[in-house]
Design a protein around this ligand. Structure first.
Ligand code: GLY
Length: 286
């Protein structure tokens, strides 16, 4: 089977992003590496640097106005993950260093920021005009309400639906099969509106991503629901039982109206499925 790199711009991203994603996939796959991790990390880095997406530059703000981002990589039975990391340009690059340079799997909050600085990642503000506007609308809506009450996030999600927050784009992600090996990477600003300190599915292996010897899977959508269903590991365990597209479709349909999507690659297939618009890009090469 040819090598393949498949990426998505998040549940909620529409076809207007397809051209950019194909460009990112093609420029990434022109690299000489035979390590699938290099491909997924580079593809996600490019999406983090594109302010259209909710990852890296362009990440949405939390209710308190801060930006805390989550990212993870998985390959070769190894995992690197950062959650609630702030003021770095490329969370996915820090996640890869967690995997390659520390004895840990996941590092969070100020520890993740300290690690990033120690590794030479400089201070960077990922705020954009678009995300500032979205945040101001959120503040106006929540004004006078006690938003720090520890209610379930789905309450916030309902607020978001009922009061029409601007449609958000979710996590970006990439999966690759290169030389018969698999890797997955994800990065996100989270699912707004959300409290400071909230962690979504993206940095959690099994929930937001999974890669093993049979394939790689990444998820996008409302993190809390994805975590409850361990979405990516569940899809991974079904690889080979029916066509990959059917496996994704059946899983996504379990979520009903909750915004969710996934992409996956196996030994002989690759597929994507979402219950909303979800732009994808791909590249295959011998
Ligand atoms: N899927 C990203 C998040 O919920 O944080």
């Amino acid at each position: 089977m040819p090598n393949v790199l498949l990426l998505h711009g998040g549940a909620g991203s529409d076809n207007s992003y397809t051209e950019a994603l194909n460009r990112y996939a093609n420029s990434t796959s022109s690299k000489k590496s035979m390590d699938p991790l290099d491909f997924v990390v580079e593809a996600v880095r490019l999406m983090e640097d594109d302010p259209s997406f909710n990852a890296g530059t362009g990440s949405v703000k939390r209710i308190d106005g801060s930006i805390q981002m989550d990212a993870a990589v998985m390959a070769n039975s190894q995992i690197g993950s950062v959650s609630a990391i702030e003021r770095v340009k490329n969370p996915v690059l820090v996640a890869r260093e967690v995997m390659l340079q520390t004895p840990h799997v996941m590092i969070t909050g100020d520890g993740a920021v300290k690690l990033a600085r120690a590794l030479g990642f400089s201070d960077y503000d990922p705020t954009t005009e678009r995300t500032e506007t979205i945040w101001k609308k959120m503040v106006a809506f929540f004004n006078g309400r006690d938003v720090e009450l520890p209610e379930r996030y789905s309450q916030y999600y309902r607020y978001a639906k009922i009061f029409g927050f601007p449609q958000q784009k979710d996590t970006v992600g990439a999966v690759a099969r290169v030389g018969g090996k698999f890797a997955a990477a994800v990065s996100t600003g989270g699912s707004s509106p959300m409290m400071r300190g909230r962690v979504g599915d993206s940095p959690l292996p099994g929930a937001g991503l999974y890669a093993g010897e049979n394939g790689a899977v990444v998820a996008t959508g409302i993190g809390e629901e994805i975590i409850r269903k361990m979405m990516c590991y569940d899809i991974y365990t079904k690889i080979g039982t029916e066509p990959l597209h059917e496996i994704l479709k059946n899983k996504v349909e379990e979520f009903g109206e909750v915004l969710v999507g996934a992409i996956a690659v196996s030994k002989d297939e690759f597929a994507s499925y979402s219950n909303s618009s979800m732009a994808t890009g791909e590249s295959t090469w011998p």
